[in-house]
Design a protein around this ligand. Sequence first.
Ligand SMILES: [Zn+2]
Length: 111
Amino acid sequence: MTNLDAAYEIAEQVCGVCGCPEALPQIRISWCGRLRRSIGTAEEWKGLYDIRLSKRLFALAGWEDCIETVVHEVCHAIDSIVNNRPMSHGDGWKDLMHRCGYPDAQVGWSG
Ligand SMILES: [Zn+2]
């Protein structure tokens, strides 16, 4: 995956599947040239969720891994918004991943 439009499309679908379309305007997705060990990260700052994707690892990874990474990070944002708590890999996040079709979500190389 090499363009952010595709990532935003996935984010929009995830928000819809999770029943939280209002989360989408709070999510920003950008490339990060410095991410090397992790393929993606999500950070919250004043109610905005900044998702950074490793441009280098996205160019190397297969399509499925890229999609799962975007879903993984968007689920962090939705979990935090809906459940009003810091981002984690807890039950709220796992439940959202399950709804998106990843019943056995692993942390893997996504942050
Ligand atoms: Zn994570």
